[in-house]
Design a protein. Structure first.
Length: 528
């Protein structure tokens, strides 16, 4: 049977990153981005990055950096600004309209949660376990940090956002200066066998192109890395006393925003950052399917059909909900185009979030008519409802189970290897997208229902009990322990943990229960 090309990157969905995910072709070959930034001359770096004979080292910066790395639990400020409300001359879009059903807005989480600018991480529950347990391994699956918008309205350009650190902020922030200095030192020194050779390591463009990681996004991932460093490296000594590169397995999808997010995270998380030793593996699909583990191509044509059917149901439910027609008519009127030519729901939201998350005035036309905060709030409510409709649809549950089956199978095997002491790998980083995390929450039956925020994370911790040869897992989403909510753990919780055997049995026997058979390859090429 002839292998078909990957289908998982062009799936019809309102989730913002399930199609058109690549940076524009004007960037150059594929997603490679050349750094365009004000450089330090000479390009200083940390003393332990490369030998002193290869590049000069600035002693003051090195000492400052060593001090910063010794205090990694200090978070990088995200420069939080309240979303500004700009006075408009135009009237509200629902003037004279019938009263709206406000239940959608009241159920939706605040947009600020999605923007994730406050960087609230202190309440996280990662690495918390009762006495008598040892941490064996950790899997962290992330969505990248804040990015520039992926979509635009026809003939209405998006605001010019910067994908470069503010030089004044870097001057004042020793921790951030250490990161930027290290990245400049490592530029072009990735491993030769890396799929990311010559890719930019951090946001360095004065003006963002489409869907690129912003400086705020990099800082979000730095803060997450610092937190994980405290919980796993400092508190648990996950890597022992002598860290080795083979103890970490980082992987990223093939987009600059996920790669740079992974680099920022790893810089803050690792005891020692060395790109020559560490291999960040490039993955060509959203679900981290490994053809080596699967022993077959990672293509699964039936996913497109399942996702399209589920999307049609959720989209129809949203379009038939109270206030939707009035809202989209008002948006179309502001942009002077027919409703039929408007971008899809989440694409419009993606554009408006680039304004609200960056405290920028919302779009206006030449007549002074503007998108209002109320319109954005209502649109956000519809996006939230769409996600809830989607994840409860049986076809989407099939889609999620099938799409993630190879990945979950690999995680189980990796956990078993860690439990049996036959692997050096203790930490797995998977740098992905919102379209990676939503199916995970569906399969695990915990933590879903909202559009994953920037720098969101899904964490699987593996523990061993000291008194008996048993292993347990904890499941966390954005720092909240959801182990007790996980479908296959209910009724089997011990000391707040779920037996590894329950997870393994679920993946190997029950994950594909929505289908009439359990053979993954056959299901992928069967009519949905």
């Amino acid at each position: 049977m002839k292998a078909l090309g990957p289908v998982t990157q062009n799936l019809h969905s309102f989730l913002a990153e399930e199609e058109d995910m690549r940076e524009p072709s004007s960037i150059g070959s594929k997603t490679i981005i050349k750094l365009q930034e004000l450089r330090v001359n000479p390009p200083y770096q940390l003393a332990n990055v490369l030998s002193a004979t290869e590049m000069p080292v600035h002693d003051a910066i090195v000492q400052e950096t060593k001090h910063v790395k010794a205090n990694q639990n200090v978070l990088v400020p995200l420069m939080v600004d309240k979303i500004s409300t700009v006075k408009r001359n135009s009237k509200s879009h629902d003037t004279g309209a019938s009263p709206r059903d406000t239940s959608v807005r009241s159920e939706a989480p605040p947009i600020s949660d999605y923007c994730n600018r406050d960087g609230i991480l202190a309440a996280s529950q990662e690495g918390i376990a009762p006495q008598g347990y040892d941490l064996a391994s950790v899997h962290v699956i992330t969505r990248h940090g804040d990015r520039s918008p992926m979509y635009t309205f026809n003939r209405h350009p998006n605001p010019r956002l910067t994908c470069q650190f503010d030089p004044q902020e870097v001057k004042k922030d020793a921790q951030l200066a250490a990161f930027v200095t290290t990245m400049r030192g490592w530029e072009g020194h990735q491993r030769e066998d890396s799929g990311f050779m010559s890719w930019a390591l951090y946001p360095g463009r004065k003006v963002c192109d489409t869907s690129q990681l912003s400086a705020v996004g990099a800082k979000q991932m730095l803060n997450l890395g610092y937190l994980m460093h405290e919980r796993y490296v400092q508190n648990w000594r996950l890597f022992g006393h002598n860290f080795r590169a083979e103890q970490v397995l980082p992987r990223s999808t093939e987009y600059s925003r996920t790669y740079q997010s992974a680099i920022a995270f790893l810089y803050a998380f690792l005891p020692r950052f060395n790109l020559t030793d560490m291999h960040v593996k490039r993955v060509s699909n959203l679900f981290f399917c490994s053809e080596q583990t699967l022993s077959a191509p990672c293509t699964c044509p039936v996913l497109r059909s399942l996702k399209k059917q589920a999307d049609a149901v959720a989209s129809s439910a949203v379009k038939n909900s109270s206030g939707y027609d009035t809202l989209v008519s008002a948006v179309a009127n502001m942009y002077d185009m027919p409703v039929s030519r408007l971008p899809r729901l989440w694409a419009m939201m993606d554009v408006f979030l680039s304004h609200t998350c960056n405290s920028l005035p919302l779009p206006c036309n030449k007549q002074g008519q503007c998108i209002t905060p109320k319109m954005v709030s209502e649109l956000w409510g519809h996006v939230t409802n769409y996600t809830k409709y989607l994840i409860t649809d049986e076809r989407y549950k099939k889609y999620a189970s099938l799409a993630l089956h190879p990945f979950l199978t690999e995680i189980v095997e990796q956990m078993k290897d860690a439990a049996n002491g036959v692997t050096d790998t203790r930490f797995h980083l998977l740098s992905g997208h919102d379209a990676t995390l939503v199916p995970l929450t569906v399969v695990f039956g915990a933590g879903g229902g909202t559009w994953p925020r920037y720098a969101s994370r899904f964490v699987l911790e593996l523990y061993s009990r000291k008194d008996i040869s048993e292993h347990y897992i904890r499941v966390l989403h954005d720092g909240k322990d959801l182990t007790h909510e996980v479908s296959f753990c209910r009724g089997h919780i011990h000391d707040g943990m779920c037996p590894l055997k329950r997870f393994a049995d679920f993946v190997l026997r029950d994950n594909l229960r929505h289908f009439d058979e359990s053979d993954y390859i056959n299901l992928c090429y069967s009519p949905s």
